[in-house]
Ligand binder design. Structure first.
Ligand SMILES: [Zn+2]
Length: 150
């Protein structure tokens, strides 16, 4: 290991994970061993002040009995109710969306059928009565034309 100890290495060192490589570098490198010593002394200082603080607490403090966390139970209930509400409203939303989509599809189908009918018409719907009046037969015969000519 040619590089200095990384913050992860130092964390591992203080967690007790001291690989031979780590120990060798800590022993050989003045910079890293100084850093480890500094961290060690800082931790010891913190530990000492924590012990000191807890020793300085009034004797009545430790007598506080553990009570069931009422607030947490209430929070859990609120969370449970909220998640139930979310589930129910999500499924209702999904259901309504499905219904809306089905209605839209039906409307689109109806529109398509209408367009299809309009396109297949020979004449616009408003002119259909006129078409019914006029019969597109074989046209006037020669004889009737002759009668008119006379
Ligand atoms: Zn080093």
């Amino acid at each position: 290991m040619n590089e200095h100890l990384s913050p992860e290495d130092i964390s591992r060192w203080f967690a007790g994970e001291r690989s031979p490589e780590l120990e060798r570098h800590a022993g050989e490198c003045d910079e890293c061993s100084a850093q480890l010593d500094h961290m060690e002394s800082t931790l010891a200082e913190f530990r000492g002040s924590a012990y000191g603080w807890s020793a300085a607490q009034p004797a009545s403090a430790p007598r506080i009995a553990w009570r069931p966390p009422v607030r947490h139970t209430a929070q859990r209930w609120v969370l449970a109710v909220a998640s139930m509400f979310i589930l129910v409203s999500a499924s209702a939303y999904w259901h309504s969306r499905q219904q809306t989509r089905a209605a839209e599809m039906a409307r689109a189908d109806a529109l398509l059928v209408q367009v299809d009918t309009e396109i297949s018409r020979a004449v616009p719907q408003t002119m259909e009565p006129l078409v019914d009046l006029v019969t597109w037969g074989p046209g006037p015969t020669d004889e009737s034309q002759k009668k008119e000519m006379r």
